[in-house]
Write a protein that binds this ligand. Sequence first.
Ligand code: FNR
Length: 189
Amino acid sequence: MKKISILAIVGSLRKNSYNRQLALAAKELIGEQADFELLEYQDIPLMNQDIEYPAPEAVKRVRDAVKSADGIWFFTPEYNHFFPGVLKNLIDWLSRPISKQERQVLSGKPTAISGISPAMAGTSLAQDHLVTLISFLNMDVMNAPRLTIPNAMQQVDNQGKLALKESYPYLEKQADAFIRFIQSRIQDK
Ligand code: FNR
């Protein structure tokens, strides 16, 4: 079986984002089992139909990255009981058809969701909203297991570095499950 590819989309643009660090921990954990890349999308403009066609270069780049990935893994913070606007903006761009011939790139993509927060709910409300959106876009969501990590500060050292302790086995479980989920979808094709 070919090596699968996973594209991680982090819902925070913050340099030292805990969610970005969680994505990097997943990358390290997965190692050689899959190709694992983080999508950089800071240069995506705000969605504006006046500039939609032809698509801006940055939009073309992220669409190509999503299109060629076997699976998409979201790592999202929670902002005001929702997922951040930067992530909604990115998904709005990705949700649009590329051309009359080609449909949007998210449809049918195997997808996993994780998130970490300093608060008690551990991003679960943000994740629920994200599931509503990506289900509407016909993504193939792995609803179990999802990973919600609360009380982030208990697993962050005084340099702001995430050192997963009790949550590590759950990340491991989710990574294994997601790899199997993607492989089963490839076999079904
Ligand atoms: C937050 N934060 C937050 N946390 C949470 O658990 N529930 C929430 O509703 C909110 N709301 C919220 C709104 C806004 C505008 C900001 C900037 C922050 C705190 C948030 O979880 C915290 O800043 C995380 O560290 C953000 O994730 P990254 O950037 O570390 O990945």
